[in-house]
Design a protein around this ligand. Structure first.
Ligand SMILES: [Cu+2]
Length: 159
């Protein structure tokens, strides 16, 4: 008997809520308040979205800077390449005391050795190896050779 009595009040409540017009007006007002509320919410959301976009753009800018700076540091310095028993570029123009990266693309060892005095000498650069040497601090034109293959010649200009 009790279970059958329980649903009855619920039905009555539903009917009472739907029947009178007054609650509907209240609902409309509530909906209006909700819309106004969501209007404020949308404004806040727009602000948050704008902030988020700014943060993302800023992060991307930082990321771009971060990704470009390593490539700068690796490509900024002067580079000398040895391939097919030839130095390139030659002449290579650098600033005094510049750090020059030398990459040997051959399958035999080479050197970059100043022809006059001991201005610079990389020593043996292993096949496919890369070394760095310091350019002279005195401006001038320096010819150099590979001591293993003296016919290999190059020119380094410091200015
Ligand atoms: Cu050589």
């Amino acid at each position: 008997m009790e279970p059958s009595l329980v649903p009855a009040p619920d039905r009555r409540r539903r009917v009472r809520r739907l029947a009178p017009p007054a609650p509907d007006r209240d609902r409309c007002q509530e909906v209006g308040d909700l819309i106004n509320g969501t209007g404020i919410g949308l404004t806040r959301f727009a602000r948050l979205l704008a902030q988020y976009v700014l943060v993302v753009v800023f992060a991307l800018a930082l990321g771009a800077c971060g990704s470009s700076s390593p490539s700068r540091s690796s490509s900024a310095g002067p580079r000398l390449t040895i391939a097919n028993f030839e130095f390139s570029p030659t002449p290579l123009v650098v600033q005094p005391g510049a750090a020059i990266s030398v990459t040997n693309r051959d399958d035999t060892a080479h050197t970059v050795t100043s022809s006059r005095g001991d201005a610079f000498d990389t020593g043996l650069i292993a096949p496919l190896g890369t070394v760095t040497f310091t350019a002279p601090k005195t401006a001038g034109t320096y010819s150099y050779i590979c001591t293993v293959h003296p016919k290999m010649k190059g020119v380094l200009v410091v200015r």
